[in-house]
Design a protein around this ligand. Sequence first.
Ligand SMILES: Cc1ncc(COP(=O)(O)O)c(C=O)c1O
Length: 416
Amino acid sequence: MRLVRAGEARGSLDVESVRKDFPILRQQVRGKPLVYLDSAATAQKPRAVIDAIARYYLDDNANVHRGVHLLSERATEAYEGSREKVRRFINAAHAHEIVFVRGTTEAINLVAQTYGRTQVSVGDEVLVTVMEHHSNIVPWQMLCEEKGAILRVAPMDDHGQLLMGELEHLIRPRTRLLALGHVSNALGTINPVRRIVEMAHQRSVPVLLDGAQAAPHLEVDVQALGCDFYAFSGHKLFGPTGIGVLYGRSELLEQMRPWQGGGDMISSVTFEKTTYNKLPHKFEAGTPDIAGAIGLGAAIDYVSGLGLSAIAAHEHDLLGYATEALRTVPGLRLIGTAKDKASVLSFLLGDVHPHDVGTVLDREGIAIRTGHHCAQPLMRRLGIAATARASLALYNTREDVDALVAGLHKVREVFA
Ligand SMILES: Cc1ncc(COP(=O)(O)O)c(C=O)c1O
């Protein structure tokens, strides 16, 4: 275990040791040591994840749930084992409440296309917030267009905090679902989702939480949150791309029609009638991303080994340090200053276009994200087209933040 180094507080991260677990971080880019500050887009993978995927293909590769042979048995065991790891990770009551999907986007589309299509009809309302990622807007918009329903949008203040009174007001008799982000990818705001779920449930409105930016940084307990659906992506959680999770409460998943039809999701098929498999297989048509699920299981083992509370404490410290450091850069404006924030720092630097900020930083070996962050309605609310965004993860250090600040001074020189 690498949790504690002599002299460190119990449970704190030994980041130097953690960094050694991520082979990609060792490289130089453009002749400079890589400073990776784009984990909100996708996180880097520890060797344990890469090895788990390689081991599966080297030793166990076979299709799941079908074969009588040993390899298929081992593959099924590993695949279903990962489902159990996910269950434990988010404290779901049952493993069959965990549906493997391609990512957060697919999870939300699944709910819109199954739950949404049966529960939402003409004149009904679906409620989202102004700070949502496109993947938690467009599926609902498509549903509302199809059904003649109305998409309502809860507003926020200028710090990027939801206006709770307004939100409450928007949960109305015709509201069929509230879908919102646990943590905003563009602002870093941690929304008070437990309180919001309570508020919605008092009015019998189910809640979907988009946990894409929360799962890698916060302890998630779906039972304590009380949410009805929770979605997240493996690749932001140090796992592979192409795998993600939809958690749904049993009662709801049971009621929902399948989404895609095909192998594995059936119990019996005749040309007259098909009966569907039990949960969660009803929602997993076709050969799943077996290696992806195994890789995600390894990623969960990895972060659980470090401890989510230790990770959160490290990132909180780093976020505080980075916020102060960025404030020393003349002309820098932080976008997203909520009281409760996760490790995202969106900013503007004078009137330099964020893309130019990113390009100059790239020359210094510093990787950040620039653009609208798949949140164009949020950018419009803020009256801007784009931001530069540095996002922190468990392997980032104060030295990374110092490099960012030095890089921003270079940007200022270049555009002086
Ligand atoms: C808040 C949020 N929701 C949803 C998504 C979509 O995730 P994915 O592209 O992995 O499906 C992202 C990705 O950036 C995100 O940040």
